[in-house]
Design a protein around this ligand. Structure first.
Ligand code: AP5
Ligand code: MG
Length: 210
């Protein structure tokens, strides 16, 4: 049986990346995070990275056509199922995705604005392996190396308070309409992102029948 075809929706900081890493490890899916792919393009100073950097630093969305081009080829190689994290983010992206593949489930992880700001200002990420930490519960202030790979921990350029607020505004305007889009197609499942990480994971695995 081919693997599941899953989308994670949700505002910045809802826990999409944290959960995606665990779900793909358990179900053997291909993890495609458009944010991670774009940050890699920025780090390698590619043409796409140069176009995306300023947009990302302001918390705006990279143009749909660039994102769809970036994701299309990668999806065609995902024979054992995939988990899309941070894509689609606009109705135009969702319509393009529908022209490429069917989906089995869309999981919407919700989180209110005040909690998003609290979590993202305390987030640190490993430059080496992408492990995600938080100063409020699993990282001490003096720790500067990743526990998994020893890589350098850093704060994302878009995790500054003013940019976080703008990312949430952009989410509400451009991405939240996808909740109704996928609800109409009977694909939507909702998870309360305020729960602890283990409870969120258990709920997602239940939804995916794993
Ligand atoms: P992207 O990288 O996708 O950022 P985002 O959607 O804003 O989401 P985040 O990665 O910030 O949050 P997350 O939900 O993954 O949370 P995490 O697990 O890290 O996109 C960045 C930018 O790229 C965009 O602004 C845009 O410019 C561009 N872009 C990307 N995709 C695009 C697209 N499709 N179209 C156009 N432009 C695009 O968790 C957050 C923190 O909370 C961590 O510290 C974590 O440890 C902690 N945490 C996680 N779960 C819990 C829990 N249950 N309880 C307490 N703390 C928790
Ligand atoms: Mg993420």
């Amino acid at each position: 049986m081919p693997g599941k075809r899953v989308v994670f929706l949700g505002p910045p900081g809802a826990g999409k990346g944290t959960q995606a890493k665990q779900v793909v490890a358990k179900l053997g899916l291909l993890h495609l995070s458009t944010g991670d792919l774009l940050r890699d393009e920025v780090a390698r100073k590619t043409e796409l990275g140069e176009k995306a950097k300023g947009v990302m630093d302001r918390g705006e969305l990279v143009p749909d056509a660039l994102i769809i081009d970036m994701i299309r080829g990668r999806l065609s190689g995902a024979r054992n199922g995939f988990l899309l994290d941070g894509f689609p983010r606009t109705v135009a992206q969702a319509e393009a995705l529908a022209g490429i593949t069917d989906l089995d489930a869309v999981v919407n992880i919700s989180l209110p604005r005040d909690e998003v700001v609290r979590r993202l200002t305390a987030r640190r990420v490993c430059r080496g392996c992408g492990a995600i930490y938080n100063l409020t519960f699993n990282l001490a202030a003096e720790e500067s190396k990743c526990r998994a790979c020893g890589g350098e921990l850093y704060q994302r350029d878009d995790d500054r308070p003013a940019v976080i607020e703008n990312r949430y505004d952009v989410y509400e305007k451009s991405t939240a309409p996808l909740i109704a889009f996928y609800s109409r197609r009977s694909l939507l499942h909702s998870v309360d992102g305020r729960l602890g990480s283990d409870a969120v994971l258990a709920e997602i695995l239940r939804i995916l029948g794993a």
